[in-house]
Design a binder for this molecule. Structure first.
Ligand code: GUN
Length: 305
């Protein structure tokens, strides 16, 4: 068997189109233009690239973008003051403080200062708690993207065995909660899990989020399983160039899996689209309007199992 490739770029573009349609309708019918504030501290080159892409995508989807750039030596107090101001600003519906922050700033304190209603990253403990309680919440973008990608292959995840490798607060734990919400049977495996290959072989859905390049091997994959690779690690490649690798040994896993995401071009492109989706949802929630559900994209007919 050769796995079908789950094309994250195309699926992310479809999601972005639906989010832009929703944003345009809000502007036309409700004079509500969703606004996203992005706060960047310092000039980490990778963060500059992320923030640039987020701004472009936000404006391109008919929303407002407010960029706040602060020097690397900004005090924690000044950053908290800015977050407080954005919390109170009625034209700002979503706030994203780009991570990592400089070492002298307590990231958890800053993230916890964001109004949970504007927490489009879904990193606030209140949103994680709401997700755990099955209440409406803003969920983190990468896990949301993973679930949407899985559902393009398996429109219903109900009753399926899902194994997540990795238990981070940003991916593994919220992903487990989202999958439980879809009625999957969820196992969260991690570095201390005994016989990880055997645990993984049970899975109809494998989500690899450990940050170790090519960690998941062919023999770990149940034939026909759907494999979603969250990892992205830059490693030295041929001719002095670098290349990006996922957490799954893609070529060999593709021989057994039913469907698999590539790296790059899988989960990565979904993250910004989910951020835009969360911004529209946050704007609707703040305005007391029904919140659109962007998680159900048209399933790819060619990819039905
Ligand atoms: N840095 C890298 N990815 C992210 C993200 O999704 N959100 C934030 N806030 N910072 C990041």
């Amino acid at each position: 068997m050769t796995a079908r490739i789950i094309d994250g770029k195309t699926i992310a573009a479809e999601l972005r189109g639906r989010v832009a349609d929703a944003a345009h309708r809000l502007a036309r019918d409700r004079t509500l233009v969703p606004g996203l504030a992005v706060v960047l501290v310092g000039n980490n080159p990778a963060s500059e690239v992320y923030v640039g892409s987020k701004t472009k995508a936000t404006v391109g989807s008919g929303m407002r973008s407010f960029d706040h750039r602060l020097p690397a030596n900004v005090s924690e107090a000044d950053l908290l003051t800015l977050v407080g101001r954005l919390n109170r600003d009625p034209v700002v519906h979503g706030i994203l403080v780009q991570l990592p922050l400089p070492a002298h700033i307590d990231s958890q304190k800053v993230l916890a200062a964001i109004d949970p209603a504007k927490d489009v990253d879904g990193f606030h403990p209140v949103n994680l708690g709401r997700l755990a309680a099955g209440l409406p919440a803003l969920a983190p973008c990468t896990p949301l993207g993973c679930v949407i990608l899985a559902k393009t292959v398996r429109p219903s995840l109900e009753g399926l065995e899902a194994v997540i490798i990795g238990r981070s607060n940003i991916v593994g734990k919220p992903l487990a909660l989202l999958l439980l919400g879809e009625n999957a049977t969820v196992t969260v495996a991690h570095s201390r899990t005994e016989d990880l290959p055997e645990v993984c072989r049970r899975a109809d859905l494998v989500f690899a989020a450990v940050g170790r390049p090519e960690f998941v091997r062919k023999g770990w994959i149940k034939p026909g399983a759907t494999v979603i690779d969250v990892g992205i690690t830059r490693v030295p490649g041929a001719g002095g160039k670098s290349k990006l690798l996922g957490d799954v040994a893609f070529a060999e896993a593709s021989e057994v899996a039913g469907a698999i995401t590539p790296v790059p071009g899988g989960v990565g492109p979904m993250t910004i689209s989910c951020l835009l989706a969360n911004t529209v949802r946050a704007a609707c929630m703040q305005a007391g309007l029904p919140t659109p559900d962007f998680s159900r994209l048209s399933p790819d007919e060619s990819m039905r199992d």
